[in-house]
Write a protein that binds this ligand. Structure first.
Ligand code: NAD
Length: 367
């Protein structure tokens, strides 16, 4: 079944048509915090950008399956990686009753503002972006377009039609070369080591100005290496699993000693949804916050590969390489701030998450 599509140029009323009354929330998802943004209405309208992407797909799905939300996904379906995976995710979302989809570019300010004005979301989750540290060295213009112009366009649309809360994706990549793990939100992040990290840092700074000047409620989430079913093919889990299955050399930079705080997708979705319902306080500061959202248990990439070997039942052909430009040696999220604010704690151990990832990987790629 194809996702119900609407072109961004002509947002038709069918995108927003009334759906039948909604049932209770899915157990446990919405139970915290006790005092949310306000009374949770029977049908919260939530706009999710990047809904055909890895994290956006999972967030949109969780919200739509809660039966308490009317979710509108927006995505340009870019070709940074195989769009077939994005179409496959959308095909899954099309089975969920309370999900609608619009294909379009949120950097197109006039059209995106018109869409937001028409839909009038109570909440916005902005997950659309050009991701990838290494690619930002080769193709910075894609990052300027989606992460800078696109981000400004999303904020401007929300200034004109303010939601109760806009949550956006930042990244652990804002922490620069000198950062000491575990990374804390108030560490200095003025020296990111990649252009990708710089665009995410710019998002946080721009968000501050919109909160200060326009009173928009904003929260930026610094995600730490997200993995799981439907994951991005340019990221370590899929690259490594494919190399192991196909018997091709698997490149480990910094001789496999880089430490990564791998965070399972369900933990990320839990964090996004809880944060979404709990906007920042308007006073005494501008209503903007930044939270780390990670696992707080970094592992060496070489150990990560060993775990994948076990789950896939095949040895890896490991090629040890020197450190790469733009890479960080270690990432690790200090979770004190998000724990204090919304009671977030990651639940999924790496072994369990990887098992679920491998099951999906084998099924999807038939490897
Ligand atoms: P993804 O590439 O799978 O999803 C992003 C989606 O945004 C894509 O489907 C893409 O087509 C869409 N998009 C890009 N530019 C657009 C535009 N101008 N208009 C409309 N759609 C556009 O990436 P992801 O892993 O799901 O990442 C989601 C967010 O989380 C991104 O902001 C990313 O930078 C951030 N993040 C991800 C990770 C991770 O480990 N996956 C870590 C840190 C931060």
């Amino acid at each position: 079944m194809g996702a119900r599509r609407i072109c961004l140029g002509v947002p038709g009323p069918q995108a927003f048509e009334a759906r039948r009354s909604l049932r209770r929330f899915a157990a446990g998802i919405w139970s915290f915090p006790p005092v949310a943004a306000g009374p949770i209405t029977r049908r919260m309208k939530v706009l999710v950008t990047g809904a055909a992407g890895f994290i956006g797909y999972h967030v949109a799905r969780r919200l739509a399956e809660s039966k308490r939300c009317e979710v509108l996904g927006v995505d340009v379906i870019g070709d940074y990686y195989d769009p077939a995976l994005k179409h496959a995710r959308l095909a899954e979302l099309a089975k969920v009753e309370d999900f609608r989809f619009v294909q379009g570019d949120f950097a197109d300010s006039e059209k995106f503002s018109a869409l937001v004005a028409h839909f009038k979301p109570a909440y916005v989750v902005h997950l659309g972006a050009q991701p990838g540290v290494r690619h930002s060295i080769e193709k910075p213009t894609a990052y300027t377009h989606s992460n800078l112009a696109g981000f400004a366009s999303v904020l401007e649309a929300c200034r004109r039609t303010p939601p109760k809360h806009l949550v956006f994706a930042s990244s652990s990549s804002v922490y620069g070369a000198g950062a000491k793990a575990p990374f804390r939100e108030d560490d200095n992040t003025d020296q990111p080591v990649s252009f990708y990290g710089a665009t995410k840092k710019a998002n946080e700074v721009i968000a501050h100005s919109y909160a200060h000047v326009h009173g928009l409620n904003l929260t930026g989430l610094r995600f730490f290496t997200v993995y799981g079913p439907w994951g991005r093919p340019d990221m370590a889990p899929t690259l490594f699993a494919r190399a192991i299955c196909e018997g091709t050399p698997l490149k480990l930079f910094n001789a496999g000693k880089n430490l990564r705080d791998f965070t399972y997708i369900d933990d990320i979705v839990d964090g996004v949804v809880k944060v979404l319902l709990y906007p920042p306080a308007a006073r005494p500061t501008p209503p903007v916050r930044i939270f780390n959202l990670g696992h707080h248990r970094p592992v060496e990439t070489v150990l990560f590969v060993k775990m994948l070997e076990q789950l896939l039942g095949k040895p890896a052909q490991i090629e040890l390489l020197p450190p790469q430009t733009g890479d960080m040696f270690e990432t690790c999220a200090d979770l004190t701030r998000i724990q204090a604010a919304i009671g977030f704690a990651p639940k999924v151990p790496l072994e369990d998450g990887l098992r679920k990832f491998v099951a999906w990987f084998r099924g999807y790629y038939q490897l």
